[in-house]
Design a protein around this ligand. Structure first.
Ligand SMILES: *Cc1c(COP(=O)(O)O)cnc(C)c1O
Length: 252
């Protein structure tokens, strides 16, 4: 075992059944991703796996880091900031993937590498303002921002996100903000429906975005249930939780 901070075993090398379980599930998900990438002719440019650790303890994040995970996703600021502080010695990139209130922007920019859920102008403004102060203070790298788009046709299945028609204005604002890099688009497939039409629509939106903002090539799509379809339709970032960590507690 080398001395890299992420590969020190959480329990000093004794038996850890949870570590073994995470190792197996992570390997299975990595296998699914590489098969899907190969089938899509993308073996040379596979998507980035973000392991969604929300509701699971910081010790699990530490185990994942020991297994080579570099990118983790969280959807609540308080939980994420506590975990990031507890694991500050590890080299991890924290992705914020949940609905975000503008008044949390100042906190999020302290630990987040990326925010995948920018869906309205006031939030983009709050993140830009918070990043200006944070960069002044720490010199940190720009915040990667994905525009979350709603792909639901009906309001009933709404899972957050900007309307497709509002993407250009949001993109303009993010691209013009110092301290922010416009990374691309993000979506959650409509619940209980075929994800393919949704991911096709997202790919179209991405093409329209990159025509104006050539660097914004990111497509954050695909979760445990639909990662294969997402890879086939061009996802660059996958957000996978339950197939690696197991079921989340319903309440906390
Ligand atoms: C929880 C969550 C995920 C992970 O979902 P799984 O089905 O557990 O893989 C991905 N994206 C977002 C936005 C989430 O909130």
């Amino acid at each position: 075992m080398n001395e890299h901070p992420n590969t020190q075993q959480p329990d000093g090398g004794h038996t850890d059944p949870r570590l073994d379980q995470l190792r197996e599930r992570l390997a299975a998900v990595r296998e699914r991703i590489s098969s899907a990438a190969a089938a899509a002719g993308r073996a040379e440019s596979p998507p980035q796996l973000i392991v969604v650790t929300k509701f699971h303890p910081a010790e699990d994040v530490r185990r994942l880091a020991a297994l080579g995970v570099t990118d983790v996703g969280e959807n609540r600021d308080q939980e994420a900031s506590e975990k990031a502080a507890a694991l500050a010695g590890l080299e991890l990139r924290w992705h914020f993937i949940g609905q975000l209130q503008s008044n949390k922007a100042k906190s999020v920019v302290k630990y987040a590498h990326a925010v995948h859920s920018v869906d309205r102008l006031p939030l983009a403004g709050a993140l830009a303002k918070a990043m200006a102060a944070e960069q002044e203070r720490t010199g940190r790298a720009p915040l990667e921002c994905f525009i979350q788009v709603s792909l639901d046709d009906d309001a009933g299945g709404h899972r957050g996100g900007a309307l497709p028609a509002d993407v250009p204005a949001l993109a303009e604002q993010l691209a013009g903000s110092a301290g922010i890099r416009l990374a691309g688009v993000m979506a959650v497939a409509p619940f209980g429906a075929d994800p393919v039409p949704a991911f096709e629509k997202l790919a179209e939106l991405s093409a329209r975005l990159t025509a104006v903002h050539p660097g914004a090539t990111g497509i954050s799509a695909g979760m445990s249930q639909d990662l294969e379809q997402a890879v086939r339709l061009g996802a660059t970032h996958l957000r996978v939780g339950s197939d690696i960590l197991g079921p989340r507690p319903a309440l906390r």
